[in-house]
Design a protein around this ligand. Sequence first.
Ligand code: HEM
Length: 438
Amino acid sequence: MATAPSDALDERQTAPTAEEQRLIAEATLLEPAVHKHPRAFYTAMRKLDPVHYDEKLEMYLISRWEDIQTIQRDPITYSVDHGYHNQQAKGFAEEFRRILEEQGGGYFPDAIMSDPPYHTRIRRLLEKAFTAHRVKELEPRIAKVVEDLIESIADKGAMDAVQDFAIPLTTRIICEQLGLDWDMKDRIQRWSTAVTAQIGRMQNREEMLGHAREICDLQQYLIAKMHEREADPREDMISDIVHAKDGEGEEAVLAFGEAVSLIRALLIAGNETTATALGNLVFILCTQPDIAETLRKSADDDRLLNRFVEELLRIEPPVRALSRMTTREVELDGTLLPEGAHLLLMYASANDQPDVFESPRTFDIERKNMVKHVSFGGGVHKCVGLALARMEIKVAARELVRRLGDFRLAIDPEDIRYLPTVATRTMESLPITFTRRS
Ligand code: HEM
């Protein structure tokens, strides 16, 4: 698909509209309407206030691509550790911690959500369990899971693309990778919601209590699996993590709590993000037939398919925003941030910036610089699971258009509901109709 001529290369050169000024003065990411249709707010921020303080959220929203690069290059000034753990169960942190200690086998802070040099050690040990090598070997197995799932629904003519396709698919694959029991879709979905809600800033106390119960159940389950693999290692990631070793001495292996937190992180990060990407894929197939056609034409060409996946991730990033906290006073894009300032990196806004991505709303699989998207983050925290994610999305996209066609929404797009979190933009459900092609 050709790139359309750029309408506004540097949007800051265009005069702000009254609506953009209103959004800067009044809007908050916590408003469901803004969460649902965030692009106008992103544009307003990039143009008028790129380091924008959202008073309701009590966070600075970082909307421009180059500012996100600056932050990713300096993981000490812009701390994940402080940003993430300060966010945990915000408002209920003590009570949340106590419940996990008493009923969940322990409170295990996310070891990967940390800063160098501690993060460097953890990341190296995690990567040992997570190599591109393992993912490549997995392609035929992923293809089989995808084919079986599509074949089981192909004659039905209708499905919920989130509940019947995206979630079962990513759940089966991550369970297989980690070495968990098959078909735990409902349980993993509840666990994912519970864990994601802890950084989402949209839960009340009653919800926090329910989520804490789920996280206890998750940890008890994982701890039992880890004990099994300690005694009897297998070809799976739990075994790799439990037995990971990098050098000699105490630091060369993961402490028990670190290992629990890493397995928990992989299960959640690997599930909801990729399922969100698959939901976005199906939504686009239903609503933009020209893109569905582009995909059909690309299905037998690995290069084009890979580009399709990358452009999909750029135009609809599953992870919308993740947090950092400043560890010292620092100036960013003309704004002086105090020590302890809480930031949200708005990945979706950066991917939409017209002077970085020409005509950013055009889905262009020949886009020259699509790899500059920040959907997998960047710097030392760049997504460790990106090879697996790309593979899953690629195989799913290919098999969907090979086997099914005539995708249509069975719901008004305005009726789509999203999970209550600012971290991702995840559809709860997506009823569609389709036909079988072969
Ligand atoms: C389309 C799917 C995915 C997307 C969009 C995505 C996105 C991201 C992003 C944006 C980050 C950076 C976080 C930051 O800047 O703080 C990240 C980190 C991470 N991702 Fe993914 N991810 C995906 C799939 C996966 C999968 C399949 C796994 C594992 C099975 C995974 C595991 C992780 C982990 C452990 C980190 C933390 C890395 C670190 O801090 O060193 N992700 N991901």
